[in-house]
Every structure is written in structure tokens, then in C-alpha cells.
Design a protein around this ligand. Sequence first.
Ligand code: TXA
Ligand code: MG
Length: 317
Amino acid sequence: MADISPAGAVAIARAAALLRAGRLVAFPTETVYGLGGDATNDHAVAAIFAAKARPRFNPLIVHVRDLAGAERLAVFNSPARRAAARFWPGPLTLVLPRQADGGLSLLASAGLDTVAIRVPDHPVAQALLREADRPIAAPSANRSGRVSPTQGAHVAEDLGDDVELILDDGPTPVGLESTVLDVSGEVPALLRPGPVTFEALTDLLGAIALPGSGLPRSPGMLPSHYAPRLPVRVAATEASPGEALLAFGPDAPSGFAEVLWLSRSGDLAEAAANLFAMLRRLDRPSFTGIAVMPIPEHSLGRAINDRLRRAAAPRGG
Ligand code: TXA
Ligand code: MG
């Protein structure tokens, strides 16, 4: 099994040394745990794809310490700068044109002429970036197609020996992957709804194209992408035999084999933080499926519903 260490100074220094040597380490961010490799090293990036068993065409997010670090790798226009000034560090990924001489592995962005970049707002991620002193390519630290890990133990379950070291800092505070906003074109386009909400982005930038409107620009937007093993049923209002329930709000319908509350008070941030860990807890063969109560389609609810729709989508290969 992988080595899981509490994310103290010694473990972070060891993780940074491993990264510089081209090895992979998992680390917490405010959203989910990432599987990190040196973003300037083709071999390290290839090892990430291999560990995740991820289709090669799905590009990775590159993590940097700050805006200056991002500007060495990508070309910023005015909406990109405004979004970065408002939301970095934080759970917003910007898709930008690549800087020609930025030194990034071409494999990290899967041959695209754009690159996805974010500045994480987590003390462990920041310390690791500082000590490694290079950009870190990091997808969520799960096998491709599985729900993202929000705890160190989830990473160990999914990746086992394929990750050298897991820096453990307990549950991640936000619990959902970052918002992905493409600012490389004329009109900014939301590629993945997330913790920085559509409403907040529209307030700052004006018109934003929504997912589904036009070409699938982000390979991560495959219909079935965040899937437990059991079938998932959304907007459930009554039980089917043997199903477990993820409840939202004070009153849950009766008749389910087990009920976990995403949030009893109907708080969307609490529900987001609980979502992936609770999907994993209910993903057991003793149930016939996982039903989820309706979640309101606004602010963080958009991101939660996006992940749930993918978990519920017909599984294709
Ligand atoms: O919160 C997060 O974003 C986590 C933590 C670890 O930072 N990372 C994460 O990475 O969720 P990943 O690889 O699981 O998701 C990256 C998403 C995918 O939907 C991918 O298709 C999209 O970003 N993406 C990456 N580069 C892109 C590009 N150049 N153009 C369009 N989409 C891109
Ligand atoms: Mg992922």
C-alpha cells in the first residue's frame, strides 16, 4: 500500500523531493486530493495518466503558487486577469492559451494549445508548491471514472501502490472539484460548474456560455464521469427496494435501506463537502442502488447536480 503521512513539514519536504525526482505524490487541496507530478517532466506526467488509467486525451490541471507563476505558463487577457484577481487562490481553474516557452510538458495539456491552471487555497498544497519550486500537474487522485477523493484514505483505496506518498490532512473543506472556466475564446465558457458559482462569475465578467451550449470543449465533460459502482438515481422522492438514500433537507422519504444526510439543514456547502465521501460509503453491494433527493439548481447546487447527473448517466466503457 501507499505510504500515508500526516502533512507536517518533514513529510512535505519529502514529497517535494519526490516530485523533483519525477515521482508521484498525492496531496490535499481545498477541493479534493490531487495526484501530483512535475508538470515540466513528460515522464512524471505520463506516470499520472498510467496511475489513473486515464484516457490520454483528457488534459490535466497545472497548479502554481500565484498569478506570477501562472503568467509564466499562460497568456492572460483582461477577463482572465479579473477572474484571477478575484478568485485566486481558490477553487477556480482557468483555461488559457499556453505560453510558447513556458517549459510545460506537452503531455500535461494532451497536445492542446491551451492549458488549465489554478492556484490552490490550501496550506499543504501551497507549502508543497513552494518547496518543489515547480508547477505541479494534478488531476483528482482517483482512478479515472471514479468519484474524486476527499480524504487521504480514499486515495489509498483507489491508487494503492501507484502513488509513492499520500500527504494526509483530513477531509478537504470544499469537497467538489474546482470550477473550470475557459477564457481563451471571445466569450468565457463554463466547462465544469464548481465552487466558484456561475452567478459569481457572471457578476464579475458578464455573459458566460454554459456547458452543453456548443461543442464539448472539455474532455472531462464526458456524460458518465463520476461514477460509483452502484446505479445512482437523482431527484428521488420515494424508495425502491433495497436502495440507500442521500438525503437533503430536514425530511427524508421513508423505506430506504440506509439514509445518510448530505445536509439536514439544506446547506449546499455542507452537502458539497459530504457528497463524494457519502457516495463512497453507500457504494456497497448490499444495496441495489443509491437514490439522491432533489438538490436545488442554484449556486453550489449546480455543481452538485452536475456531478450527480454524471454519476447517474448510462455507463459507457
Ligand atoms: O479541484 C480540482 O480541480 C482538482 C484538484 C486536484 O485541483 N483537480 C481536478 O483535475 O479535478 P481533473 O484532472 O480531475 O479535472 C480537470 C478538468 C477536466 O474536466 C479536464 O477536461 C479539464 O479540467 N481541462 C484540463 N485542461 C483543459 C484544457 N486545456 N481545455 C479544456 N479543459 C481542460
Ligand atoms: Mg477528476
